[in-house]
Design a protein around this ligand. Structure first.
Ligand SMILES: [Zn+2]
Length: 644
């Protein structure tokens, strides 16, 4: 086709040049005064020469080889079939599957989803998330389990993709209430086991079913599941191929495509391609880095920066990263050891994760490179690497306690070099900055190399690769806030998924998928349960609401003694406030409240005095109105009326 077009263009050119108009133009400017005219003149001449030559050598086009043409057609048909998933699905099937995210959409973290056939259901991941700043005293958020309670009888298993907190963190809270068989690779199971031990539910380890990757497991009657190895910022991550009678669904879990992972175990692209070639009904894919146009660098690219850090450091190196990023910790330890340092691991989660990784042979270190925290003081500074938690400035973390001089063994010195090998999770910027202030005030230097951290999530190009490998008919972008999944949708459309085959879900929305259609069917109850980490107990919603009110609007307490017969106060009421008026205005405010109270008693409904609860309620309303009128605030109001 292209050749033919070219030919037509060449043939038509001489005709244009011979237009009388051109000649006229040239005649009008015989001297070629105008620069433009002159150029045209030369151009026309040389064109005419070329055309003469071309005409001389012009030959008839070779006849079309019908056989070649036939193969072009055949290949076009192959492309059509290869790229169009419709050809691979059983469109006559009436089987359906329903997917309901109960967390992880419209938010970062807290991932949990229900996959449901007519008779059975599985949960994919049971993660936790972190509270907003105004959820005072709340340490973690656990998904609302209402819908799980509702379909409890249908659930045949909990399926885990990887061991990050936002995928397994809510497991103990779910299992304290109800239990199901758990299927996962060994690292997630080991980490869940640890949680069960901490929560004193050791016995639920009996629900563990460790799996082998690249094997298809029949789970219940309706599900067949294969775990496919994935690269991510934690070891032993998986994507899932979930097959039911309706077809195969690929759930990527969290992923990046790392062609040079530290352990050499690259993402199992072959299995993804295998399913893609067989025909995939629907893809659920990680949207966390949907905006990143640059490919996510390999974990190995952190190595040169680490080497540089250790080669230059003259005192102790204190490195902090996410405790679950075992490969990062492994690389840090390798370079520390390379420069003759002993390694001290500080921080409960960091110690536990390294211990598990070594226990299960995910990483190997000679035991003699490790020292205890109380040995650090006896060592030369140049011989010490401290690997610790606290890269997010968490107030309970080891690094934070070191920064404010409250760590039992480690006091920050001016020769210390602090390395934060992590990014700030959105919302943590202020606490990280605060910790850096403390560290630098104590004299420490902070390494600020940009290349000392890489992301664990797929950027646009890797999302495209996933879409192309899996080639799904339907697409559900998951893991991320609305804008992340919306951006992922654009990428999917670029990769050939029609817009009508993509749904942007939010938590609680139930999607029904069959080979012929995908649609929203209903919305189920979702939400968060607040957890206090000190005792692992739930904090009731109203407590958190009270705390929010206290923090933003303060509290007023009024104690009054009333003579029931005459509806008069027998003594001055006692008014105490916090967070409403300055101390010096306390008296004036108390007087104001006294007037409000007197007025209230004078005008209250008959009989109210006999009903203390109703009395206090009415009083609360009056005080609230008054304070709102004056201060535009809704403080917590605690009236206490003693009737005598
Ligand atoms: Zn993850």
């Amino acid at each position: 086709m292209a050749e033919e077009n070219q030919r037509t263009e060449q043939q038509s050119r001489p005709q244009t040049d011979r237009k009388p108009n051109n000649r006229k133009n040239n005649n009008r400017k015989p001297n070629g005064n105008s620069r433009q005219g002159g150029e045209k003149n030369t151009a026309n001449k040389s064109n005419q020469n070329k055309n003469k030559n071309r005409n001389r050598h012009r030959r008839q086009p070779a006849p079309t080889d019908e056989n070649l043409k036939k193969f072009v057609g055949l290949n076009q048909e192959i492309h059509k079939q290869r790229l169009n998933p419709h050809y691979k699905l059983d469109l006559n099937s009436s089987d359906k599957i329903r997917i309901t995210p109960l967390g992880g959409l419209g938010e970062i973290g807290g991932n949990i989803a229900v996959f449901e056939t007519q008779k059975e259901a599985i949960l994919v991941d049971v993660g936790m998330s972190f509270p907003d700043e105004d959820m005072h005293g709340v340490d973690i958020l656990v998904p609302d389990f209402s819908y799980i309670r509702e379909i409890k009888h249908k659930i045949v298993a909990v399926i885990i993709t990887h061991a990050h907190e936002d995928h397994i963190g809510a497991m103990p809270y779910l299992y304290k209430e109800m239990q199901f068989p758990i299927y996962a690779t060994p690292l997630p199971l080991a980490m869940i086991g640890n949680k069960f031990d901490e929560h004193h539910i050791k016995e639920f380890r009996k629900y563990f079913n460790p799996i082998e990757k690249r094997k298809v497991y029949k789970i219940g009657n309706d599900f067949e599941i294969e775990w496919m190895h994935m690269t991510h910022s934690i070891l032993d991550s998986s994507s899932l191929a979930i097959t039911t009678d309706a077809g195969t669904i690929i759930h990527t879990g969290d992923f990046k495509i790392d062609h040079t992972p530290v352990d050499g175990y690259t993402a199992d692209l072959h299995r993804l391609a295998y399913y893609g070639d067989k025909g995939v009904l629907c893809l659920l894919s990680d949207s966390t880095n949907s905006y990143n146009p640059l490919p996510t660098p390999s974990e190995l690219t952190v190595a040169p920066a680490l080497d540089r850090v250790f080669s230059k450091a003259e005192g102790r190196v204190i490195l902090s990263t996410f405790s679950s990023n075992i490969h990062r910790v492994q690389q840090a330890i390798q370079y520390g050891v390379k420069y003759g340092r002993k390694v001290c691991v500080i921080g409960r989660s960091m110690e536990r994760n390294i211990e598990i990784a070594m226990q299960y042979d995910y990483v190997r270190f000679p035991k003699n490179i490790f020292i205890d925290a109380d040995e650090v003081a006896r060592m030369n500074d140049k011989d010490v690497l401290i690997v610790t938690t606290g890269s997010q400035g968490e107030p309970n973390s080891a690094l934070f306690r070191m920064s404010i001089g409250e760590h039992r063994h480690i006091k920050i010195k001016p020769t210390d070099l602090i390395v934060l090998s992590s990014r700030a999770i959105p919302g943590n910027e202020a606490s990280i900055s605060g910790m850096l202030n403390h560290l630098q005030r104590a004299g420490a230097r902070v390494a600020s190399e940009k290349d000392i951290h890489v992301s664990g999530h797929a950027s646009i190009e890797e999302q495209k690769l996933m879409l192309r490998l899996v080639n799904p008919k339907f697409f559900l972008p998951v893991h991320g806030e609305y804008n992340h999944v919306a951006k992922h949708k654009e990428t999917a459309m670029m990769c050939g998924v029609p817009e009508r085959n993509i749904i942007l879900m939010t938590d609680g929305e139930q999607i029904e998928i069959a080979p012929k259609f995908m649609r929203k069917v209903k919305t189920v109850k979702t939400g968060k349960t607040y957890i206090d980490n000190q005792n692992n107990h739930q904090i009731e919603d109203d407590i958190v609401l009270d705390r929010q009110k206290l923090a933003s609007d303060g509290i007023v307490m009024i104690v009054a003694q009333v003579d029931g017969q005459h509806s008069k106060m027998t003594m001055k009421p006692k008014v105490t406030t916090f967070g409403i008026v300055a101390d010096k205005q306390d008296k004036a405010f108390a007087k104001e409240m006294e007037d409000v109270l007197e007025h209230f008693l004078l005008h209250m409904k008959d009989g109210l005095i006999e009903n203390p609860r109703a009395l206090e309620n009415d009083l609360r309303q009056i005080v609230r109105k008054h304070i709102y009128r004056k201060m535009k605030k809704y403080p917590l109001i605690v009236p206490h009326v003693l009737v005598s």
